[in-house]
Design a protein. Structure first.
Length: 222
């Protein structure tokens, strides 16, 4: 195996996975996996989180994918395909209940037990086992200048069991005067307030209660 692309392709076939299986697990289009496998150098291979997840599903290391040398190339695996391969992929993921905004109002129940819902999404984050997902509604968290933006329809995952101190810039689900909001935490001196990323919406300086810390965003592309 002379190239990174060839190593990716061989490991995928060895694990009896299709390009679509790999793409679904990583969260990219199938054509991205096809491009990775056709590349002859490391500069056009997956980077960052994509590389991490690729190594997870192929049960290998980044060193082997990129450079072809490691003390541990891959783990043996059963030859799986079809439903078995899908089950293998799902074993890496955490099932997250998808809530509506009315369900979030029952704060104490959210923190005390795991609510079951008919709809779920999946997350690869290890710390998401206590989380819930919510669809973003409205445009109050759309930013035209900052690094983060949450358009309507994006799914956010929050952890209701989070209990650390607030930090500047973090995102939370909060209750303010019996209203549930998704906002960024900012500080005015030592006082925390809720900041909408869209400047057309007002900042909230009223006291608020933290329902959970937002840890992840998922977006489906057309």
């Amino acid at each position: 195996m002379n190239s990174a692309g060839q190593r990716i392709k061989q490991l995928r076939k060895q694990h009896k996975l299709t390009q679509n299986d790999v793409a679904t697990f990583i969260g990219v289009q199938r054509v991205s996996v096809s491009k990775w496998e056709s590349q002859s150098d490391v500069y056009n291979t997956p980077k960052g989180e994509h590389l991490f997840k690729l190594c997870q599903i192929l049960k290998t290391t980044a060193e082997f994918v990129l450079y072809g040398h490691t003390t541990y190339e891959h783990q043996p695996t059963d030859h799986q395909h079809g439903p078995a391969a899908q089950e293998n992929i799902a074993s890496y993921l955490t099932k997250i209940p998808l809530l509506n905004w009315h369900q979030v109002e029952n704060i104490e129940r959210l923190k005390a037990e795991k609510l079951e819902t008919n709809e779920v999404i999946f997350s690869h984050l290890e710390n998401s086992s206590h989380g819930y997902a919510l669809p973003v509604i409205g445009d109050s968290m759309i930013s035209t200048t900052g690094p983060y933006s949450f358009p309507e329809g994006v799914l956010i995952i929050f952890d209701p069991k989070w209990s650390d101190e607030l930090s500047d810039g973090m995102f939370i689900i909060a209750q303010v005067n019996n209203e549930i909001k998704f906002r960024q935490v900012k500080f005015d001196g030592t006082k925390a307030y809720l900041n909408p990323l869209n400047p057309q919406y007002p900042k909230t300086f009223d006291p608020f209660k933290v329902i959970g810390k937002v840890t992840e965003m998922q977006m489906k592309l057309p």
